[in-house]
Every structure is written in C-alpha cells, then in structure tokens.
Design a binder for this molecule. Structure first.
Ligand code: HEM
Length: 214
C-alpha cells in the first residue's frame, strides 16, 4: 500500500481520534507534571496563563488549517479531526480564562469587569473567548442538523474572528517580543486568504455554469 493510502486509512480508522485526544491532553499533563515537581517557575500563575494562552492559539490555528490542508494534500479524511482541534482550542481557552479569573482575580467579577473595560488586550481576549462559546456549543451533529448546513457554516466562520482577536490580544500584551504574535498573525492571514481564494474560484465557476436546473 502507498504512503498516501496508508495515511488515509489511518485518518479514517478508529485510532486517529484517540491519538489526537491523547496528544491534545499532553500540554495539560505537562503543566500538571511541572506543578507536582515545582517546575512552574517563580511565577506559576503567569506560567500557566502563558502556556494555556499559547495552546489556545495553536489549536485555533490547527483547526483553521484543516480545510486548506485537506485540499492541498488531498486528504478528505482530515475533516474528522477538525471538531476535536476546535474543542481543544475551547478547552485550553477555558483553562486560560479560569486561571485568569480564579487564580489572578480570585473570582472578583467586578475587578474582571474593570480589567475588560480598561485594558485593551483583555477586552479583545475576552471577545475572542466569547466568540468561541457558541461554536463549541453548536459543534455537534445535532446542532448542524438543527441550524442547517449553510447557517452552521456561516456561524462557524466566527472562528476566523476569534483567532484574529486572539492574535491581536497577544500582540497587544507583549511589550517588545512581537515576532511570535506576528508569526501567528501571518499564519491566520495566509489561511484566511486561502479560504477567500477558494470561495472566489467556486463563485466564478458557479456563475460561469449558470443557475443549477431544478
Ligand atoms: C481565544 C481566546 C484567547 C487566546 C487565543 C489567548 C491567547 C493568549 C496568548 C497567546 C497569551 C500569551 C502567551 C505567551 O506569552 O506565551 C495570552 C496571555 C494572557 N491572556 Fe489570553 N487569550 C485568550 C483569551 C483571554 C481571556 C478571555 C483573558 C482574560 C479575560 C486572557 C488573559 C490573558 C492574560 C492576563 C495573559 C498574560 C498577560 C501578561 O503576561 O501580561 N486571555 N493569551
């Protein structure tokens, strides 16, 4: 069997999802391990906030990369992993937000409200998080059915907004080390351009062929 077929068989098989779930939990396991072995640096809250923020953004980018990758590599089976990457992005966003509200603000909602209103990087991070909630809630097959494919797809385009807001959040919070947020921004930009180019090709083809006969 060729490598391409092997990869496709693996992606379509029962192990792919289990392996991704285990791999997705590794960053959390590493944090717990560090916590148990005094490895969370002199500022554990900052370390946990940064690690969970980084993984939120990485999983968001992985989710966005699935469609371009399945088209470029001709691996339609990759779609099976998209929902899981998206849910991991939400999972790490929840840990990130919980660290901030629980460990940093001691559940002081008034203090959090002030922060959201005053510090622009918190405002945009909060917006990025809020945008992910409806996407996580409606990620099931039942919700796709209830909303209908088109409306569901339209709603789920909000992931581009969330990822862009996440990048801006990161860019605004760093003082001088702007290279990493800029690199993340470049990836989001490329993935967005890919989708726009694909959409415009499809639209031109549809216009050239005229409306479909009933
Ligand atoms: C989708 C949502 C979000 C993403 C993608 C995200 C991403 C990130 C990233 C990448 C970092 C920096 C990590 C590093 O330096 O290596 C970070 C830091 C941080 N984020 Fe978020 N974040 C999100 C939502 C939020 C929310 C909702 C809050 C709080 C309301 C928040 C509060 C913070 C704080 C306090 C820091 C550390 C700032 C500092 O060290 O000065 N983030 N986030």
């Amino acid at each position: 069997m060729s490598w391409g077929l092997r990869v496709r068989a693996f992606l379509a098989g029962k192990w792919a999802k289990s392996i991704i779930v285990l791999a997705g939990l590794l960053p959390l396991a590493a944090l717990v391990w560090r916590g148990l072995h005094h490895g969370l640096t002199a500022n554990p809250i900052e370390f946990i906030t940064h690690t969970t923020g980084d993984w939120t953004l990485r999983f968001l980018l992985l989710t966005l990369a699935i469609t371009p990758l399945r088209q470029a590599l001709r691996l339609p089976e990759l779609i099976r992993l998209r929902r899981m990457f998206g849910l991991f992005a939400f999972f790490y966003a929840c840990l990130h937000f919980s660290t901030y509200i629980g460990l940093d603000k001691f559940f002081d909602l008034a203090e959090m409200g002030k922060d959201v209103a005053k510090r622009r990087f918190i405002t945009v991070g909060f917006a990025a998080y809020l945008l992910l909630i409806p996407l996580a809630v409606t990620s099931t097959a039942g919700w796709i059915r209830r909303l209908g494919g088109r409306r569901w797809q339209f709603l789920h385009r909000a992931i581009y907004l969330s990822a862009s807001a996440g990048v801006i959040h990161y860019y605004w919070l760093v003082k001088s080390a702007v290279l990493r947020p800029l690199a993340y921004g470049l990836v989001v930009g490329i993935l967005l351009l890919w989708r726009l180019a694909e959409w415009s090709v499809r639209r031109r083809r549809a216009l050239a062929h005229g409306p479909a006969s009933p």
